[in-house]
Design a protein. Structure first.
Length: 230
């Protein structure tokens, strides 16, 4: 029997690398993507994983030509999981002070590009497979009571209604939107902003992604498999 295959976008470090590592340890074939050609933790994982369990692909998902090229390279593969972890944040700048260029960058990276990935690779995801996008508690409109991080919030909220549109032609597949990076986080990251022990977090996140694989529908969940309000 062939091992299941996960394509995880954005696995050079922190959360994405943690997911890739956990899936490889659980016997999943992992295709991880990194931007550029510099060496990352994913390269170390690929060398450590026996039997080619983990492989590295170069991808900047904001560049459509690179997305198309990766889609072509993987055309003969069947994915049980497509998960987009890549995202950017540019700090808590009042929306009136945000340059248009910054707003466009965040929206293209955090909203448009993950939706492009989901659409481009949809036909490679097996019936009963899972498509997911890393989200955030800050992407919840209902929970936005304090403000701040205006651009990041907008970028994380934007994919959710669009996800609902993307899933309609493929009701047999589960479109799964994972929620905010939990505390504790893997270590200091540009998104978490703090350092903590991550050992309990990574398995729980994978458990959440995999628990209801094959169940149709769109879910916005935290790492403990609890629903987050839209």
């Amino acid at each position: 029997m062939n091992a299941k295959t996960a394509l995880i976008v954005g696995t050079s470090r922190t959360l994405g690398l943690g997911l890739a590592t956990e899936y490889a340890h659980r016997g999943r074939d992992v295709i991880g993507t990194v931007r550029g050609d510099r060496r990352t933790g994913l390269h170390d994982l690929a060398e450590e994983a026996s039997g080619g369990r983990a492989t590295v692909e170069s991808l900047d998902m904001t560049k459509p030509e690179q997305v198309a090229a990766l889609r072509e390279r993987l055309a003969e593969r069947t994915l049980d999981l497509l998960f987009v972890d890549a995202a950017v944040t540019r700090g808590s700048i009042p929306i009136g002070d945000v340059p248009a260029e910054m707003f466009v960058e965040v929206m293209v990276t955090n909203a448009l590009s993950p939706m492009h990935m989901a659409e481009s690779f949809r036909s490679l995801v097996a019936p009963g497979g899972t498509s997911g996008i890393i989200s955030s508690r800050q992407g919840s409109v209902s929970l936005n009571t304090n403000g701040g991080q205006d651009v990041y919030r907008a970028g994380k909220a934007a994919p959710e209604p669009a996800d609902a549109q993307l899933r309609r032609p493929v009701r047999r597949r589960r479109a799964h939107t994972a929620a905010h990076p939990p505390r504790p986080c893997p270590h200091r990251t540009r998104r978490s902003g703090r350092t903590a022990d991550h050992r309990p977090v990574r398995p729980r996140r994978v458990d959440t992604i995999d628990r209801d694989s094959g169940e149709p529908g769109l879910k916005f969940l935290n790492h403990q498999d609890q629903p987050v309000p839209w």
